[in-house]
Design a protein around this ligand. Structure first.
Ligand SMILES: [Mn+2]
Length: 394
């Protein structure tokens, strides 16, 4: 099997040099000791692997067994894909891919992807399931597990180039990448990969988060999980008014950051707005802002109240409920064409013994898939509810 690497071709020479600010040749912090420097992200030699046709590989022995107990742990029990050719041959609608960068001061998000594959949750059946709001089975979509993306522990910016490559591999198959795990710095590479495929200014980013993530570079770092959106907008990779933020609260932004957000026309939806005009009214504003546009949904789990999602690295009291988070994801997927998504900042080391946060992230992913399936089946009202869920059978 040849290792199909369109991502590499997309990266080489195709991205403006200043999109990777840590590659500044004048920066003495950039280590250039040779091949070992890139060993973590060097692809395995597959030239001696047994030949196989491109397509999905299902590693599950049993048709209905719990993946955790009797199968190989994969996201949602999905079959595996290794490269763009597999995604194309398998006509994959959405590829779940593990993200492992861990640049939150509270470490642990690097373990989230594999934790999600091994949830002690009886719903870990092979792909499919009927959404109990929409009455739609997302098993109509083809979903694959695309493995994890390598990262360099404690060299977080360096990991972004590999994420850009792998997300580009998925986008090259017209498959929706759904990133799982890691911290928010990684979304910088989603923005670059989407801008590379569609051109800057084509994609709207719905950024669900307690925090604006538009803080200036600090602590000796250029791009980090609190600054990546500032860098992306300042470099013109993402237009400010294509950025919609939902769930903002906590101890920032301050006046200078707020002024930057206003100058750049970022559409900020604070928790205070939802508390004042009502959640559903605030949600309708968000949906109208992205109606008719292609959307990248980046969901920082700390947007949700710690009462429902305690397993995060940057906890802030208050925030949306689990039901509101599920509704947000479901309505957004019906309202707009989702071209990419990630669910990040889940920290299993901070979760409870029942994996409450992990199970909620699992349900958010399922809700996203159900919403996408509903849209493809012709449902256009984002607030659609299956009428059978509203009568009393009386
Ligand atoms: Mn964030």
């Amino acid at each position: 099997m040849a290792n199909d690497e369109p991502g590499e071709r997309l990266l080489d020479g195709a991205v403006p040099a200043d999109w990777w600010p840590w590659r500044d040749p004048d920066d003495p912090a950039v280590n250039r000791l040779g091949a070992q420097y890139d060993a973590m992200t060097t692809r395995r030699d597959v030239s001696t692997d047994p030949a196989r046709e491109p397509g999905l590989f299902n590693p599950q022995r049993y048709a209905g067994g719990l993946v955790l107990l009797s199968g190989f742990p994969t996201f949602l029990g999905a079959p595996l894909a290794m490269n763009t050719a597999d995604l194309k041959a398998g006509k994959v609608d959405a590829a779940l891919v593990g993200l492992t960068v861990d640049d939150n001061p509270v470490p642990g998000a690097r373990y989230a992807a594999n934790e999600m594959r091994t949830l002690r949750d009886w719903m870990s059946f092979p792909p499919g399931g009927t959404d109990q709001y929409l009455g739609v089975d997302w098993g109509s979509l083809r979903v694959a597990d695309y493995g994890n993306i390598a990262s360099y522990a404690n060299q977080n910016e360096r990991s972004l180039e590999e994420i850009h490559k792998v997300i580009s591999e998925i986008l090259a198959a017209d498959t929706i990448p759904i990133g799982v795990g890691g911290t928010h710095i990684q979304s910088y590479s989603y923005v670059t990969a989407l801008a590379r495929k569609y051109g800057p200014g084509q994609i709207m980013l719905v950024h669900v988060d307690a925090h604006v993530d538009t803080y200036v570079a600090d602590l000796g770092r250029t791009v980090h999980n609190g600054s990546f959106l500032r860098v992306a907008v300042d470099k013109g990779i993402l237009k400010g008014d294509d950025l919609v933020q939902v769930g903002l609260r906590g101890q920032g932004p301050g006046e200078a950051n707020l002024a930057w957000l206003r100058e750049n026309k970022v559409r900020t939806h604070f928790q205070a707005e939802a508390d004042t005009i009502g959640w559903e009214n605030a949600l309708k504003r968000v949906l109208s802002e992205v109606k008719g546009r292609m959307v990248y949904l980046s969901f920082d789990v700390d947007a949700i109240s710690p009462a429902y999602a305690p397993g995060v690295g940057t906890q802030d009291p208050d925030g949306m409920t689990a039901a509101q988070a599920l509704q947000l994801v479901r309505t957004l997927a019906i309202n707009s064409e989702i071209v990419a998504a990630d669910f990040i900042e889940y920290n299993p080391l901070m979760d409870d013994a029942h994996q409450t946060t992990g199970v909620l992230v699992d349900r958010l992913i399922r809700s996203l898939l159900a919403g996408i399936a509903a849209r493809r089946q012709g449902i256009t009202d984002p607030f659609y509810i299956d009428p059978r869920r509203l009568d009393y059978n009386s």
